[in-house]
Write a protein that binds this ligand. Structure first.
Ligand code: NAP
Length: 374
């Protein structure tokens, strides 16, 4: 019954070059906004010895030149699947008058939609060198993000290596807030958390001008994609999250925060931003918010994790993703997602989306099939 429930509740979730150029790097010990441009001689020297940059050869430059404004900003993972940060980010940057080069993995309707928005669309794979030269050449600012995948670390380092070759002014790296709780001796059961922790380690060694963004769990995952079938079918939030509190954030707010960083990166270089939604509460509380927003009673049911995970597998979720999501629910149960920051408001000037407004925005997806609202 439990496994059957999990499958039914998940429903359709499974459908689903090169030459010499001046390069800029963060000067060691130079603080958040200190930058260096190295001479060709220094470049040649460094190419033969990838040791630390000599701080005596640095000079601070102004990043905000007209030339840099004319360069497109590279947005990876732009087609969007679960949270769709890349797609929303593309929209926000275009709205700010920025040029965007959107990297997609395939030519499809989503790529065409990005073109219609005004983005330059480049097809390529984040783990492929030639793709990433094509994508990065001519860009000074990069957002790196892609879907949860076993190839995450390879894609991060491949992209960072090519970005380092071409020289960029900022590399915004999408990570996860649980990395805040990890260290050389502490990890989690999630393979994705480990890849994000390793990716952050490698980027910190790279000398690239990195900004790290660590959101907590997205509303669009657990509270839409994974919850909607159960809400539609049986007025239940059927999730294995125990009694732990969580402060989910909309991926749209994450994209808004990343757009603010990419629009004016200098003050953010070297920073790590932990992002949460506006409140931390347990699932019984969120069920009451769903009830109020949808105008019908919605209950939270703490479903057994093994059956729920099996439902994900049967719905076609890859093993890596199932393992990650399952570990997240276990951490939630342990209270590890009970965390709050005000960073979205500080970065964007706007409060992050609350659960009530999110549910109302997506009410059609929560309406029982066949109802007037479906
Ligand atoms: N979901 C959460 O709760 C949560 C919470 C905190 C942080 N995050 C982080 O947010 C990021 C995911 O963001 P998102 O939701 O915006 O991602 P997404 O929409 O799931 O995926 C973005 C895109 O990455 C593309 N992609 C995957 N592998 C690729 C490759 N090898 N080369 C080129 N493109 C590739 C996918 O292309 P296709 O669509 O063509 O496959 C997809 O469109 C991850 O870093 C995740 O850890 C997620």
């Amino acid at each position: 019954m439990a496994a059957g429930y999990a499958c039914a509740a998940l429903g359709d979730a499974g459908d689903r070059a090169f030459g010499s150029r001046s390069r800029r790097y963060l000067a060691p010990g130079g603080g958040a906004a200190r930058w260096s441009r190295r001479t060709d001689r220094e470049e040649r020297s460094r190419d033969h010895n990838d040791g630390p940059i000599d701080p005596t050869v640095t000079r601070v430059i102004d990043m905000t030149t007209k030339h840099e404004h004319d360069n497109p900003i590279l947005v990876t993972g732009a087609a969007g699947a679960v949270g769709g940060i890349g797609r929303s980010l593309t929209e926000f940057l275009l709205a700010r008058g920025r040029k965007v080069r959107a990297l997609v993995r395939r030519e499809d309707a989503r790529a065409e939609a990005l073109r219609r928005l005004g983005a330059e669309v480049v097809k390529g794979d984040l783990t492929d060198l030639a793709s990433m030269h094509r994508a990065i050449d001519g860009c000074r600012r990069i957002y790196f993000g892609m879907s949860v995948s076993p190839a995450y670390l390879e894609a991060t380092i491949n992209t960072a290596a090519v970005a380092r070759h071409h020289g960029v002014d900022v590399f915004v790296n999408m990570s996860q807030m649980t990395v805040t709780q990890m260290s050389i001796s502490e990890t989690t059961d999630s393979p994705q958390h480990k890849l994000h922790w390793l990716a952050e380690q490698a980027l910190s060694w790279s000398g690239l001008p990195v900004v790290t963004v660590r959101p907590t769990v997205f509303l669009e995952g657990f509270f839409l994609q994974l919850a909607a079938p159960g809400v539609r079918a049986s007025d239940e939030l059927g999730l294995p999250m125990g009694g732990g509190k969580t402060s989910p954030i909309s991926a749209v707010d994450v994209a808004r925060a990343v757009a603010a960083i990419l629009d004016d990166p200098a003050p953010h270089i070297g920073q790590i931003y932990d992002l949460t939604g506006p409140e931390s509460a347990d699932l019984d509380h969120y069920a009451r918010v769903f009830s109020e927003a949808l105008g019908r009673p919605i209950r939270y049911r703490d479903v057994p994790l093994p059956a729920w995970s099996e439902g994900l597998r049967q719905a076609g979720f890859p093993a890596h993703v199932v393992s990650h999501l399952s570990a997240m629910t276990e951490l939630n149960r342990q209270g590890r997602y009970d965390r709050m920051t005000d960073t979205v408001r500080k970065l964007t000037g706007e409060a992050p989306t609350n659960m009530r407004d999110f549910v109302k925005l997506h009410s059609a997806e929560f309406a029982p099939r066949g109802s007037a609202h479906s």
